[in-house]
Design a protein around this ligand. Structure first.
Ligand SMILES: O=C(O)CCC(=O)C(=O)O
Length: 277
């Protein structure tokens, strides 16, 4: 997560990161014709990973329509939402597969493909970057086919968050290490409110989105990515209520908080153009 001070020259950081990543790519290709090195230590072997029962799936998903799926077209623009994106049966298989990921023995270092308990927030997270096991590959391919990512900046980094019904995530931006587009898929039977607020007070309106479970998709880019922070509130209440700033359901709609897994998909510059194994 990036720090949220307003003093950061976000655009400069972003362009610097992009330039550095290009340079690393060039150096790496010149050296050994292989992709740049990345933090790959401790990847689970295929034996450690749970078996994927849906090995021969082809995942059919709807295309993102940047007009009809846009829920905030200005102030900030570029927030898109699809309530039904992943097929229901795939969501169930994926949930079961994710629950069986190995658990890291230590909480010190993030280990690829393992669940970690975050120290402060207590929620569980797991990361896949660069080379993906089958179910994650299906998701990245689906997001490309839906027109959300393209070959110039394919999905190469997946952050998985596992929340109890009361847990959330503090306001943050995803920062300049990534291409400025985030796609998040939600699994589970409940719903949650995702809040957007400007990094600089008053620069943009606050927005809220009700994220359904069972395979919904939210995509944000542009100002919503770089100039706004997003968050999910912690609460012990069973229900949250959508406010008038909510842009995909009427104010007053109830969100039933339940255990939830989200998959946040992005292109990280220092991992290069790899997409899958
Ligand atoms: O779980 C979500 O929907 C949000 C996740 C998120 O913002 C993040 O991991 O940076």
């Amino acid at each position: 997560m990036a720090p949220t001070e307003d003093a950061i020259d976000y655009r400069k950081l972003y362009l610097d990161e992009k330039r550095k990543a290009r340079q690393r790519n060039r150096e790496s290709i010149a050296k050994n014709n292989s992709p740049p090195s990345s933090p790959r230590d401790g990847r689970p072997t295929s034996k450690e990973l749970p078996e994927w029962s849906g090995e021969f799936y082809t995942l059919k998903v709807p295309e993102l329509n940047r007009l009809s799926d846009c829920v905030s077209s200005q102030n900030p623009g570029s927030i898109f939402y699809k309530e039904s994106f992943l097929p229901f049966h795939f969501c169930n298989d994926l949930w079961q597969w994710l629950e069986k990921l190995p658990v890291a023995a230590t909480t010190k270092n993030q280990k690829h493909g393992h669940w970690h308990n975050l120290h402060h927030s207590k929620r569980k997270v797991a990361v896949f970057d660069g080379s993906f096991p089958r179910p994650i590959q299906l998701i990245t391919q689906a997001l490309m086919e839906a027109g959300i990512f393209d070959e110039s900046a394919p999905p190469n980094h997946i952050l998985i968050n596992h929340y109890t019904s009361s847990q959330g995530i503090m306001p943050h931006t995803d920062g300049p290490a990534y291409f400025s587009r985030t796609a998040t898929l939600s699994l589970g039977d409940g719903q949650v409110l995702l809040h957007f607020e400007p990094r600089q007070k008053g620069a943009f309106s606050q927005r809220q989105l009700l994220l359904h479970g069972r395979g919904s998709l939210v995509v944000f880019e542009g100002d919503a990515y770089s100039q706004c922070m997003h968050s999910i509130r912690e609460t012990n209440e069973e229900y949250e209520t959508a406010e008038p700033t909510c842009c995909n359901v009427p104010a007053g709609t109830k969100a039933h908080r339940q255990e939830r897994i989200s998959l946040t998909v992005r292109h990280r510059f220092d991992l290069g153009l790899m997409n899958g194994d």
